[in-house]
Design a protein around this ligand. Structure first.
Ligand code: PGA
Length: 246
């Protein structure tokens, strides 16, 4: 049995104060013993939120990580630093990093390896754009994004990671993939993960909310969600966590 995982990606939102309030509202009301839950605040809030989440069962996670271990890399945050602040997970290859910051699959793979090397669980994000879907290239794009990491890290490394399928056309648009569309791609991803594939947690992300989550979670290969906009509202995010209970 794979343990469900719900991850909130706050992106570049909030203030120091609103972040603590949101984290406290989630921490105080999160009760599930059968679902893992994590939130990814902006990096500057990690320290304070670590304290707000302590002993709540809600894990801390990061939105990004440097590919480098340490040194003269102005602006970057290392995997060791994230581990030092008790981050359990880190997103790598989010489509906004790929699109807005030019991160190619080779860089994403390097970040994956660096993160895992410091004991963080990478959440590898993959997904196609609308144009790629319309061109019939969805599976090709997903395979390329996945294979870059498999080549760099080895298939074995994927078995202790998480993979999130996030179609770019569904992120922040309100246009969620249908449960069948998400299931089709996640089954394709699982089939590429080798002999430990059944143990790997696969998430869907892209306009997940409290209304559409239940149907998504019914799908065989959807083990949870990566939630953006809806994770900024404690009540809605907690509802999604409850819906993920096995
Ligand atoms: P969204 O974002 O839920 O706001 O669509 C998801 C994500 O980017 O991870």
């Amino acid at each position: 049995m794979r343990r469900p995982l719900v991850v909130g990606n706050w992106k570049m939102n909030g203030t120091r104060r609103s972040s603590v309030e949101l984290a406290e509202a989630i921490a105080e009301n999160f009760v599930s013993e059968s679902v893992d839950c994590a939130i990814c605040p902006p990096a500057v809030f990690l320290a304070e939120l670590g304290a707000a989440l302590a002993e709540s069962g809600v894990c801390l996670a990061a939105q990004d990580v440097s590919r480098f271990e340490s040194g003269a890399y102005t602006g970057d945050v290392s995997a060791a630093m994230l581990a030092d602040f008790s981050c359990a997970y880190v997103l790598v290859g989010h489509s906004e990093r790929r699109a807005c910051f030019g991160e190619a699959s080779a860089l994403v793979a390097a970040k994956f390896v660096t993160a895992q090397g410091k004991g963080l669980i990478p959440i590898l994000c993959v997904g196609e754009t609308l144009a790629e879907r319309q061109d019939g290239k969805t599976l090709e794009v997903i395979a390329e994004q996945l294979d870059a990491v498999i080549d760099a890290a080895g298939l074995e490394a994927l078995s202790s990671a998480v993979v999130a399928y996030e179609p770019v056309w569904a992120i922040g648009t309100g246009e969620v993939a249908s449960p069948a569309q998400a299931q089709e791609i996640l089954a394709f991803i699982r089939a590429r993960l080798g002999e430990n594939a059944e143990a790997v947690r696969l998430l869907y992300g892209g306009s997940v909310n409290a209304k559409n989550a239940a149907q998504l979670f019914e799908q065989q290969d959807i083990d949870g969600a990566l939630v953006g906009g809806a994770s900024l509202q404690a009540e809605q995010f907690l509802t999604i966590c409850r819906l993920a209970e096995a």
